[in-house]
Design a protein around this ligand. Sequence first.
Ligand SMILES: [Zn+2]
Length: 44
Amino acid sequence: MMMSPVEFFKTLPKKMCPECGQPVKEQAESYLMECDRCLSKKSE
Ligand SMILES: [Zn+2]
């Protein structure tokens, strides 16, 4: 039996932005915890 994609992602711990609590997109080259929105705020 194959796991559906939804079930598969449910088993993964979601990365959350500590600043705003939004789910952060997993990026292979990203080592940062904050989401894009908070990162752009900080760079201003
Ligand atoms: Zn954020």
